[in-house]
Design a protein around this ligand. Sequence first.
Ligand SMILES: [Zn+2]
Length: 428
Amino acid sequence: MDTARTVYDDGAVVVKGDTIVAVGPRAEVDAGYQAQQTIDATGKLVLPGFINGHTHVPMTLFRGIHDDVTLNDWLYKYIFPAEAKNVNEEFVRWGTRLAAAEQIRSGVTTFADMYYFEDAVAEETKAAGMRGVLGETFIDFPAPDNKSEAEMLAYTERFLKKWQGDPLIHAAAAPHSIYTCSQKTLQDSSALARKYHAPILIHVAEMKKEWEDSEKQNGMSPVQYLDKIGVLGPDIVAAHCIFVDETDRKIMAQRQVGCVHNPSSNMMLASGVAPVPELRAAGVAVGLGTDGPAGSNNDLDLMEEMDLAAKLAKITRMNPLALNAKAVVEMATINGAKALHLDKEIGSLETGKKADLILISLDEPNAVPMYDIYAQLAYALKASDVETVVIGGRVVMRDHGLLTVDEQAAMAKARDYKKTIATSLELQ
Ligand SMILES: [Zn+2]
């Protein structure tokens, strides 16, 4: 996934510490290095780890809590009350562990998260050896962790300071959206992030009601409103971007806003279809995300999002050329890195980048024959074909065996939480 999209039929990657020091044809690379440890990838695909650009990992514990409702109903009738009753630091830790296991298994090496107790998410992410852009949520009602904007600002400032310079964790601020945050909250949270050169994660133009209310209240679209109040910039990661017209797309490109497309979520909630081909044509970096995993997807499988992104664009335009396999693989890797403003660090296998790479088996009935790598990745291979995962030079899964997360414990805990959560909702 370098600029030339180079593919080596018989290649090698050399890793030293957490960094890639050479990539190329095996015969050439082999000659120059003596490895302490070698992973044989004969007959497999080796590619950059997938980047899940938008999710809420502790919500794994709410997986399937209430589906088949509108986003507005799901948020206000189910998830906000369920969170108020159940979410504490312990909950967030177990949810993150479960999500780390699920994501590593499906080849995700970096994810961007928005939730509460994000410092605990960061600690668990680091313990799992994963890379994260992790945003502490700002929202204009008492959250499970912080009860006021002042508390949110104080917590987030401590959080941003603590993780500065960490090789895996990028602490961020996450104002939830324009429909749950006042202008002041949006501006204060982004000013704080900018003070620490931290990314800002936000949901943008994710439902029609948000767009209609913005037109009514602000006389302009959500994107134009965020631009007007000074929030848009080259540190913004905007999830969804469904209701963005040509002017909005130009502004997003100008301000170098990263965008994350979440096809499963948009389909499941019937939110709408993001104009992905137009965003890409306007020069906006568009990555891919699972969103969810509760209510709006229910899993963290980014390979599925590649498949769905291509097919959703095709069917809504009745044009099979609308978005192709290569484009969605780009969105899951290098363009996802650009959307998170981390493309100097990750997204491709190139000398100097972090050694985040995955091995995918091609020795499965669904994996043969292979005419085109991109088509195979987008339409035929499955998360379960991911065999080995390396993040920052550390092997976190080898031959399907997780090395950094106790997934049995996490699964047992998830079943326990289900009982508690179900009881708490019945009491409502
Ligand atoms: Zn979301």
